[in-house]
Design a protein. Structure first.
Length: 332
């Protein structure tokens, strides 16, 4: 394997080791779940009358980590029969200006999703995307202003471990095949297929008070631009981390750090940009079934490998200066 593919080999070796660990843990988790179900049955007939089950309050049981961490995704996946609708908008702002005069780069990627759980610990999410953008006087990009339908995706998630006060680790894996009609940076029309694979981990650092979430993601994409027929190949590696604490009964707040690497080629072939984003993440539950997640990230460090930008700050060929996420959901 060539030197340019060594990072990819290391990533896949690490992911393979983690998947093997999760498979080994399945029998243990199954026994834990059976014991938990048995304990619940005993408690329901015990008539202790203290308003708690197994020492856990209702407040603890209400915490669902799936949407708790901003851009980072928690490991919870729901139980059989649960359903959810989500409206999720990620706004990407500001890139490198091309010459004098005002410049604008503003892209809103909105996802409308329906999620259901056919069995325990496994969720299926169907999504449709919209793309609204305005870009003007940006390096290497044509001026554009439009809104359009931007494809569909299916998200398949399986939870191996569920975090609790007794067993704080939550672990899940998710795959997200997607068809998209617009190149994410350039805004050109295209027919692109990508497949994101995402490892999700969360930990109750302090039971019912502080949670840590982490994601590792690999996303290759391939297709052709419409009109010109020019081929498109890219891949992205992501490592994100967040820590949130309960600041009110239904409100959680904390910092989030994300590190991204953008490549030319579907197998992490040639690095084009890397970037580090830092910002706050907020999660609030209005009711037991309705919630809102807000997150902001500013690029505080980055670089482009293009020699023309070797001495320029930040990695702006593949990424933006600012990201904002607004995600609203209802369960039923």
């Amino acid at each position: 394997m060539t030197g340019s593919n060594k990072p990819a080999r290391r990533v896949f070796q690490a992911v393979a080791a983690l998947i093997a660990l999760m498979i080994v843990s399945l029998p243990v988790q199954a026994k834990q779940d059976d014991k938990a179900d048995s304990d619940k049955a005993d408690q329901s007939t015990g008539g202790k009358g203290d308003g708690q089950e197994g020492g856990k309050s209702d407040k603890q049981k209400d915490v669902d980590t799936e949407h708790l961490f901003g851009f980072t995704e928690g490991a919870d996946a729901g139980e059989k029969g649960e359903q959810e609708v989500v409206v999720d908008t990620v706004t990407r702002l500001s890139k490198r200006r091309d010459g004098p005069g005002p410049s604008t780069y503003r892209v809103l990627d909105t996802r409308f999703a329906y999620q259901f759980n056919p069995i325990d610990r496994f969720s299926v999410e169907l999504s449709a995307f919209g793309n609204l953008r305005r870009q003007r006087n940006i390096v290497d990009l044509d001026d554009k202003s439009f809104g359009t339908f931007d494809g569909v995706s299916v998200e398949l998630k399986y939870r191996f471990l569920k975090g609790s006060a007794e067993q704080p680790l939550g672990l899940a894996i998710e795959v997200r095949p997607r068809f998209t009609r617009v190149l994410p940076i350039e805004g050109n029309g295209a027919n692109i297929f990508d497949m994101e694979s995402l490892l999700q981990l969360d930990v109750q650092v302090v039971p019912d008070k502080i949670w840590y979430g982490s994601n590792i993601s690999f996303e290759p994409a391939a297709g052709r631009q419409r009109g010109s027929g020019e081929g498109y190949r890219s891949s992205t590696f992501l490592w994100s981390n967040a820590v949130v604490g309960r600041i009110a009964e239904k409100t959680f707040l904390g910092p989030e750090v994300r590190y991204l690497r953008g490549y030319d080629g579907i197998f992490l072939n040639r690095l084009e940009s890397e970037a580090l984003f830092i910002g706050p993440a907020l999660h609030h539950r209005f009711t037991e079934k309705a919630w809102l997640t807000l997150a902001y990230g500013a690029q505080v460090w980055g670089r482009d490998t293009d020699p023309a930008y070797a001495r320029r700050a930040l990695g702006l060929n593949q990424f933006e200066r600012h990201n904002l996420r607004v995600k609203f959901g209802m369960e039923f």
